[in-house]
Design a protein around this ligand. Structure first.
Ligand code: CP
Length: 316
């Protein structure tokens, strides 16, 4: 793997997941692979899990990691070609990405959707610019439209807890006070289908994901019907794709509750975190034995480590 920007970067997902499960058994077995190599973690947006799990994964591989918070530490970056830079942006991505690539062996970047212009977000302007101007492998730590490290951690978690080869997995929209990107839902849907789980997506009308993202998944507008027979419930809020970036509903009837979990096949509950208790999901679901949120977050170390190992093996 040269770079890891989406599910399409991975030639064999089953092999990557198997490798991740092996890494988890002995996380320090490859501690020399990253020796004398370095990783730059670039954040244009906040993070708890991605930042710390990436540092931990690098540590486990013997890789030095540096963190750049662009908002508070770096110059504000310009991404548009041919622009007259007489505003507040002090540095163009052309120079910044090339310079960072001259210091580090691998670069990872987080750059959320702005939710103002769908075409611009879905063109992945920032991630694409890094891939274009940075001469080293690039890892996507959540871009405008995708969060593949989270989706890989989700697959690892389901593999560890599934009781049948092809579990029924339900991606459920849930309410949230703010407009959130579609990145997590997009990646979850695509990865679930590539590993061939039985995926149902449920959401209120108006929250349809992009056609290429939905693929062959079942779409069920009745949340309670979708939950019937489910082995995993994955809750996530996203803003509208059609009416781009808009919050069309804050209907708390879509919150995941303990009563709704009773409709399932004793399903495990998942969420990528951070999560708003008693808005997205009842606290008693998060605190129940069915909740996988902490092991799922712990698997973010394993997913990043599997990706970095694969990239480093290509460099050595
Ligand atoms: N799930 C996830 O990416 O968490 P952070 O935003 O805290 O990194």
């Amino acid at each position: 793997m040269k770079s890891f920007v989406s599910v399409d970067s991975v030639e064999n997902i089953n092999a990557l997941v198997d490798d991740a499960l092996e890494i988890k058994k002995n996380p320090h077995v490859h501690s020399c692979l990253g020796k004398q190599k370095s990783l730059c973690l670039i954040f244009l947006n906040p993070s708890l899990r991605t930042r710390l799990s990436s540092q931990k994964a690098a540590f486990n591989l013997g890789l030095d990691a540096a963190v750049l918070d662009v908002g508070s530490q770096g110059w504000q970056l310009e991404f548009t070609d041919g622009v007259v830079m007489d505003g507040d942006k002090a540095e163009h991505i052309k120079e910044a990405a090339a310079v960072i690539g001259s210091y580090f062996d691998v670069v990872a970047i987080r750059a959320f959707a702005k939710l103002e212009d769908r075409d611009q977000d879905y063109s992945e302007q920032i991630l694409t610019a890094f891939q274009k101007y940075c001469p080293v492998p690039v890892v996507n730590m959540e871009s405008s439209t995708a969060h593949p490290l989270q989706a890989l951690a989700d697959v690892i978690t389901i593999e560890e807890h599934k009781k049948k080869a092809k579990p029924k997995v339900v991606l459920s929209w849930a309410p949230h006070p703010k407009a959130l990107p579609q990145a997590v839902a997009n990646s979850f849907s695509r990865w679930m289908q590539v590993v061939d789980y039985d995926l149902t997506i449920t959401h209120p009308e108006g929250y349809e994901l992009a056609e290429g993202v939905v693929g062959q998944a079942q779409v069920e507008y009745d949340q309670q019907k979708a939950f019937e027979g489910a082995d995993f419930i994955y809750a996530k809020n996203w803003s509208s794709y059609a009416d781009y970036g808009k919050v069309l509903s804050r209907d708390l009837n879509w919150m995941i509750t303990a009563d709704k979990m009773k409709l399932t096949n004793q399903a495990k509950f998942m969420h990528c975190l951070p999560v708003r208790r008693n808005v997205v999901v009842e606290g008693r679901v998060l605190d129940s034995d069915s909740s996988l949120i902490i092991p799922e977050a712990a698997n973010r170390v394993t997913s990043m480590q599997a990706v970095l190992k694969n990239i480093l093996e290509g460099l050595n």
